[in-house]
Design a protein. Structure first.
Length: 122
């Protein structure tokens, strides 16, 4: 599972790559053509959008299940025993520890759970 610091570092890296592509496009006029820089910027920004969308979707899913998702495969652990192995991936779990673990990743998921997911599915 990726920590908040790792996610922030990854996003900063993507934004730096976008800035580098913009600089290469601006300062390298004519070397490869303007379209190469534009394509690079579009790819980096598109990747950022997809990553943020997937993280938001996972956060809504954590909120919808009350923080009872397997940390490895994101299987819904709502109806399983308190201690055991995930039926999907075999990872050991303790249902009581799952919400605290997800709280470290998504600090505001409990607020989302309190107001619902506004009709959006996981």
């Amino acid at each position: 599972m990726m920590s908040r610091r790792a996610r922030a570092g990854g996003m900063l890296w993507l934004l730096a790559a976008c800035a580098a592509a913009a600089a290469a496009m601006y300062f390298g006029h004519g070397l490869l053509g303007d379209w190469v820089g534009l394509v690079a910027i579009a790819l980096v920004l598109g990747t950022c959008v997809v990553v943020l969308w997937r993280l938001r979707r996972l956060e809504r899913r954590v909120a919808a299940t009350g923080g009872r998702l397997c940390p490895c495969c994101h299987y819904d652990m709502s109806g399983v025993e308190r201690l055991g192995r995930c039926p999907e991936c075999g990872e050991q779990y303790d249902v009581r520890e799952l919400p605290a673990m997800w709280r470290q990743v998504f600090p505001r998921w409990e607020r989302l759970a309190g107001r619902g997911t506004r009709g959006r599915g996981p």
